[in-house]
Write a protein that binds this ligand. Structure first.
Ligand SMILES: [Zn+2]
Length: 339
């Protein structure tokens, strides 16, 4: 099969990879219908994270081609969406809703779903079949559910976005935009998107943002306070993962408010005293997307939400290198790869 391999920072190639096989009775093999490039794939691409001939990709939708002897919840021919973290969905941690911390958790980035096929361990716990074969135009939205939508949704839930709440979203990448969508669906009264890009501001408004704040850092915090009677937002989503964005998010959260953080934190150091005196609730980490998948699939199926709009560039898998380049140069927010 064809698949993406990152040789070293900035060097992405599509080459022949070994076809996946069933290794355990709980595995399934899927043939991917679409896959995509994630903002987090840019960390190794930019040399922030070491990389050496790494298979790439952790988001996926596709059709089940083969199942192991113990797989019961999905069958050959099902169209499935799965989380970017493998989970059995039966252990104590999964049952408490934190499937991304499952005792059998494994990141699909190690499997490399930017490929024609993928082996999915714990298929029963990880994969969720759609109600039927989806219309072509629903595929980008279902693919978004695999990570960015599920992650943005978790961030909004962690920030306790809901009726009567003012929600501020730090970050206008795909996850930030999905957090705006989620906050709107969860009934937030006011949604402030922090963004400097006209196109992303427009998309944030499409997804439900009521206000846009262009300022960053301390100025950004001051602006959020100004918009909230000096108090700060009830709910803040951090969807970037830099020192500045994280401190901006902490500063924008009102006393007693909730911060949901899902930007992968490279070298972020939170000063203890600042966090201590902030007096806020915090919850974050890799999102337990699996918890939300059945509901998200239904919202997409019913055409209540349209998360697929975050993909602003579609390329064939063979042109993955150009997709990475476009995202790195911020010419694209999120790239969908077709198969
Ligand atoms: Zn589990």
């Amino acid at each position: 099969m064809r698949g993406v391999v990152m040789y070293t920072a900035g060097d992405v190639r599509v080459e022949e990879r070994e076809d996946p096989k069933i290794l355990k009775p709980t595995d399934a093999i899927i043939r991917l219908t679409a896959t995509c490039i994630c903002g987090s794939d840019l960390w190794p691409y930019r040399g922030v994270e070491p990389v050496d001939h790494q298979v790439m990709g952790h988001e996926y939708v596709g059709v089940v081609e083969e199942v192991g002897a113990d797989v019961k919840n999905v069958k050959v021919g099902d169209f499935v969406v799965g989380s970017f973290v493998i989970s059995d969905n039966t252990c104590e941690i999964c049952r408490s809703g934190f499937q991304s911390k499952c005792v059998h958790a494994e990141f699909t980035s190690q499997i490399g779903t930017q490929a024609e096929k993928a082996r999915i361990p714990y298929a029963d716990g990880t994969l969720v079949p759609t109600p039927g074969r989806p219309d072509e135009d629903l595929i980008p939205s279902l693919l978004a559910a695999s990570d960015v939508l599920g992650t943005g949704w978790f961030a909004a839930v962690a920030a306790q976005a809901g009726p009567g709440k003012t929600v501020a979203v730090v970050g206008d990448g795909a996850v930030g935009l999905m957090a705006v969508l989620a906050a709107k669906q969860l009934g937030a009264e006011r949604i402030i998107a922090m963004s400097r890009h006209p196109e992303r501001q427009a998309l944030a408004r499409f997804y439900g943002a009521t206000d846009i704040v262009e300022e960053r850092g301390e100025e950004g915090v001051a602006k959020i306070k100004e918009l909230t009677n000096g108090l700060g937002a009830h709910s803040v989503v951090e969807a970037v993962g830099t020192q500045e964005s994280f401190m901006q998010a902490v500063g924008a959260t009102r006393g007693g408010g909730h911060l949901g953080y899902v930007g992968v934190n490279y070298d972020v150091a939170i000063p203890g005293l600042e966090l201590f005196f902030a007096g806020i609730h915090t919850l974050g980490g890799p999102a337990p997307v699996r918890r939300f998948l059945p509901d998200l699939i239904q919202l997409i199926w019913d055409r209540t939400i349209d998360p697929g709009k975050v993909f602003d560039l579609t390329l064939p898998l063979e042109q993955a290198a150009e997709g990475y380049k476009a995202m790195d140069e911020r010419r694209a927010t999120k790239v969908l790869l077709t198969l």
